[in-house]
Design a protein around this ligand. Structure first.
Ligand SMILES: [Zn+2]
Length: 286
């Protein structure tokens, strides 16, 4: 499949890109911690001397993906990056996340292309507290998350729906551990229908965490690769309807290294319109 994809070169996110979502204090803090070769930003968030530059590249990759879909070079793009981003708050790195890649991409799309209605779909097993926080009072970016609850980082209850002008533009679907893939998918699909009425998007960004797959060591949800393929298709249908198909998908979590590669491959194959089915997947299904 690799040979059939159009590969884009990431760039380092600019100060301006970062500043749309993060205070300079956080940016400087991460820079200094990496310079000093510190090992932890918090109890979960391990760094090394190169993490600052790698995190800037991850955010920049999401920005490059926005440019590619907005230019029409491609219909959709996947940013295959780490570290993930959705826990990163304006002034705090946490939960493996340094800079909020998906949020930076959304703000960039608005600043450079004047988009009014960006939808972020977050299907990581964890709630994207950072992304929610950044757009909580903002009706121009709709944040939608399905996640295990109660669970890290503790946010993401049903009652968190936005504030001020942003009221009604945050949608949380908390799911208890062990929720069946079928109920999970139905809740996801119902939510997309609601969102379509509230904010038909001119760009869809996916915070594509695959720790919501069955067997992830950090998660207790039960999605299979075929479920991610279906959810990807549903997001594509929505994007086709309102956003000329434009989707920027950004890797978030996913910690089962035996399965992550195949799940990501299935997601990309679906985005690319290639058959997501493989012999391995059929075998798993039986
Ligand atoms: Zn996660």
């Amino acid at each position: 499949m690799w040979a059939q994809l159009h590969k884009l070169k990431p760039r380092s996110a600019s100060d301006e890109d970062l500043a749309r979502c993060h205070g300079t204090r956080l940016v400087d803090h991460i820079y200094e911690m990496c310079e000093r070769e510190e090992r932890f930003l918090d109890a979960d968030t391990v760094i090394c001397s190169e993490s600052y530059e790698v995190a800037r590249m991850a955010a920049g990759a999401a920005v490059v993906a926005v440019d590619a879909v907005m230019a029409g070079d491609v219909t959709n793009a996947f940013a295959l990056v780490r570290p993930p981003g959705h826990h990163a708050m304006p002034d705090r790195a946490m939960g493996f996340c340094l800079f909020n890649n998906a949020a930076i991409a959304a703000r960039y799309a608005q600043a450079h292309y004047g988009l009014q209605r960006v939808l972020i779909i977050d299907w990581d097993v964890h709630h994207g507290n950072g992304t929610q926080d950044i757009f909580y009072r903002d009706p121009s970016v709709y944040y939608f998350s399905t996640h295990q609850y109660p669970y890290y980082p503790g946010t993401g209850s049903k009652g968190e729906t936005g504030d001020g002008k942003g009221e009604g533009f945050t949608l949380n679907i908390p799911l208890s551990e062990g929720t069946s893939a079928r109920s999970h998918r139905e809740a996801f699909n119902r939510a997309l229908n609601l969102i379509e009425e509230k904010l038909p998007p001119d760009l869809v960004i996916i915070s594509a965490g695959f720790d919501s797959r069955r067997g992830d060591p950090l998660g207790g949800l039960l999605l299979e690769d075929s479920d991610f393929a279906e959810m990807t298709k549903e997001a594509m249908d929505l994007a086709d309807k309102y956003a000329a198909g434009r989707i920027v998908s950004v890797l978030e979590g996913g910690y089962n290294l035996q399965t992550l590669g195949e799940t990501v491959r299935t997601h990309i194959a679906t985005l690319a319109g290639l058959s997501p089915k493989t012999a391995k997947q059929s075998a798993d299904g039986e």
